[in-house]
Design a protein around this ligand. Structure first.
Ligand SMILES: [Zn+2]
Length: 211
C-alpha cells in the first residue's frame, strides 16, 4: 500500500455549499457590502456586512445584561383579592419540581435558563477575544457547540407559555408584569439579532487565521 501523500493545507481551495440546493462553489472574495448568490437557485451564499464581529459582540453584551435582569427580578405578580405573589423564572422551576413534575422542571430550566445562558457565554468567549485578535483554548469547540445549542435555546417558546398562562389567569387574578418579563422579551429579540448579525463563515476564517 502506498503511503498517502499530504498536500499542504494552503493548496486546498476553500469551498462553500449552497444552503438551499447544495451546489458547491469556491469561496469568493467579497468587498464590504457585496453578496454572492447561488447561480442555480439564487440563494445568498455569502454576504459581507460592515463590522459584523463588532456588532454581534455588542449585541451579545446586550443579551448578557438582559439575561442577568431576566433572572434577577420577578417575572409576574399575581394579585388575588389584594394578596400579591411574585414569581421569578427560577422559582417556577422549583415549584414544578416541588409538585412532582421533575422532568418538566428540568426541561423548563434547560430551555429558558441553561441553554440561553450557555449560548450567550459562548458568544462572548469566542467574539471578545477574536475582536482583540487573541486566542483562547477551545474557541473552535465552543463555537461549534453554540450551533448545536441553537435549537435548545427556546426562550421564545417559554415566553409564549407565559403569555398563554397570563391570558388564562386574567379572569382569576390581576397580573402585574415584572421587570423580568420585559427583560426576557427584550433578550429574545437581542438573541435573534445576534444570530442574524453573526457571520459564521467570517468567524471560522478569523479563528483559522489565529492558529
Ligand atoms: Zn443554490
Amino acid at each position: 500500500m502506498r503511503p498517502a501523500t499530504q498536500t499542504p493545507a494552503q493548496h486546498h481551495p476553500h469551498w462553500i455549499a449552497c444552503h438551499d440546493c447544495d451546489a458547491l462553489y469556491p469561496v469568493p472574495r467579497l468587498a464590504v457590502g457585496q453578496k454572492a448568490l447561488c447561480v442555480r437557485c439564487g440563494a445568498v451564499l455569502l454576504q459581507r456586512k460592515r463590522d459584523t464581529l463588532g456588532r454581534s459582540l455588542a449585541m451579545a453584551f446586550a443579551c448578557l445584561v438582559l439575561f442577568t435582569l431576566a433572572n434577577s427580578f420577578p417575572l409576574l405578580g399575581l394579585n388575588i383579592e389584594g394578596r400579591v405573589e411574585y414569581g421569578a423564572v427560577i422559582s417556577g422551576v422549583f415549584e414544578l419540581k416541588h409538585q412532582g413534575f421533575s422532568a418538566m422542571a428540568a426541561l423548563v430550566f434547560g430551555v429558558s435558563i441553561l441553554a440561553p445562558g450557555l449560548k450567550i457565554a459562548g458568544w462572548l468567549y469566542v467574539l471578545l477575544p477574536l475582536r482583540l485578535n487573541r486566542r483562547l483554548p477551545g474557541m473552535t469547540t465552543v463555537f461549534r457547540w453554540i450551533a448545536l445549542l441553537g435549537p435548545w435555546a427556546m426562550a421564545e417558546v417559554y415566553m409564549l407559555g407565559i403569555l398563554v398562562a397570563v391570558v388564562k389567569l386574567a379572569d382569576l387574578a390581576t397580573i402585574e408584569p415584572g421587570l423580568s418579563l420585559y427583560s426576557f422579551a427584550a433578550m429574545i429579540v437581542a438573541m435573534a439579532a445576534t444570530d442574524a448579525m453573526l457571520e459564521p463563515h467570517e468567524i471560522w476564517e478569523r479563528l483559522e487565521s489565529l492558529k
